[in-house]
Design a protein around this ligand. Structure first.
Ligand code: ASP
Length: 324
């Protein structure tokens, strides 16, 4: 009798598992954690991609902004969240630099997550507050060198895109500036516009509108070629900054142990979203590039994340930069 009831429970559980995945997401919303402040560049990518995904999943996706510590607080929250597919993480390149920067990270990007797929690549621009005297990069460089002790560069915390881009910029020009961390570049941009900080390296998904409105000064695109959507901004290579090529890749993850059928459904929705012409168009308008359907797959993201961790870890160790 006992054997029978145990057996029937086992059979029931086995039947229930695929039924759950089949019904996913059901009526409960999926929470997509963005590990930076609302209204910023990662938030923008997340809101645009999840709007299309939700349609494909016939469900609801809500964004939860959990900013702080360069994205590591939000990522850790998802690493330890319930692994039923109702919590996912949308993060960027910081997922690959955090293991080297944070010695007390508390999660392993490769081991504690199921990979869903890549979303988009976003370029970066060095911006100044509107009342900064130089009007172009040629004049900015000597100005920075002469005023380095008075100038402050905003970023979204150690390991954020703005932090990495700022480090690269300062090491390329051989000048250190003071840095000011925020929970995301949305609040940092407010302070840049207000003049509380002087400079910031930021993703175009955050600053496209402000550049077009002329409320900040874009000095240089942090890549070797000009950005299609911002042809007026000179590229780093034209301004005597060789070897600068910054692209902020974004991807989606779920907690380890999320059922494979659920991962597959999420990834299929992501693949459909990145191929969606409206999403691709929105990204292109902001200077970004949606991933291909091929890159929006778990295997492709696993390989990419592994390669990125292998690329960044020795660079960060050699630079001796640590968050703790
Ligand atoms: N992606 C961050 C944000 O959304 C900014 C950064 O990484 O620099 O605010």
């Amino acid at each position: 009798m006992k054997f029978l009831s145990t057996l029937s429970l086992g059979v029931l559980a086995a039947l229930a598992a695929p039924a759950q995945a089949q019904d996913f997401p059901g009526s409960a919303p999926i929470v997509a954690v963005v590990p930076f402040a609302a209204g910023g560049p990662t938030d923008k990518v997340a809101r645009d991609v999840t709007a299309v995904m939700a349609r494909h999943l016939k469900g609801q996706i809500v964004i939860e902004n959990v900013g702080g510590a360069g994205g590591t607080i939000g990522a850790k929250k998802v690493a330890t969240a319930r692994n039923d597919g109702h919590t996912v993480l949308i993060h960027h390149i910081g997922m690959s630099t955090a293991p080297a920067l944070y010695r007390q990270l508390g999660f392993d990007p490769l081991k504690d997550f199921e990979m869903i797929g890549e979303i988009a690549d976003v370029p970066m621009v060095l911006l100044g507050t509107k009342n900064l005297p130089p009007d172009n990069f040629k004049d900015l460089l000597p100005y920075i060198k002469a005023n380095s002790s008075k100038l402050f560069l905003a970023n979204a915390g150690i390991g954020s895109a703005s932090h990495l881009c700022g480090l690269l910029f300062m090491s390329t020009i051989g000048t250190q500036l003071g840095t000011v961390p925020y929970k995301g570049t949305a609040p940092a941009l407010t302070d840049l516009i207000g003049g509380q900080v002087n400079l910031m390296c930021d993703q175009t998904t955050n600053v496209a509108g402000q550049i077009k409105a002329g409320v900040v000064k874009p000095y240089v695109a942090m890549q070797s070629a000009r950005i299609d959507a911002f042809k007026d901004i000179p590229a780093a290579a034209e301004q005597g900054l060789p070897g600068i090529e910054v692209k902020i890749w974004h991807a989606m993850y779920a907690p380890k142990g999320t059922p494979p059928a659920v991962v597959e459904k999420l990834s299929a929705a992501l693949q459909a979203a990145v191929e969606d012409p409206v999403f691709r168009g929105k990204m292109a308008e902001l200077g970004a590039q949606a991933a291909t359907g091929e890159r929006a797959r778990p295997e492709s993201l696993r390989k990419h994340l592994g390669n990125e961790i292998a690329k960044w870890t020795p660079v960060i160790r050699a630079a001796g930069v640590y968050a703790d």
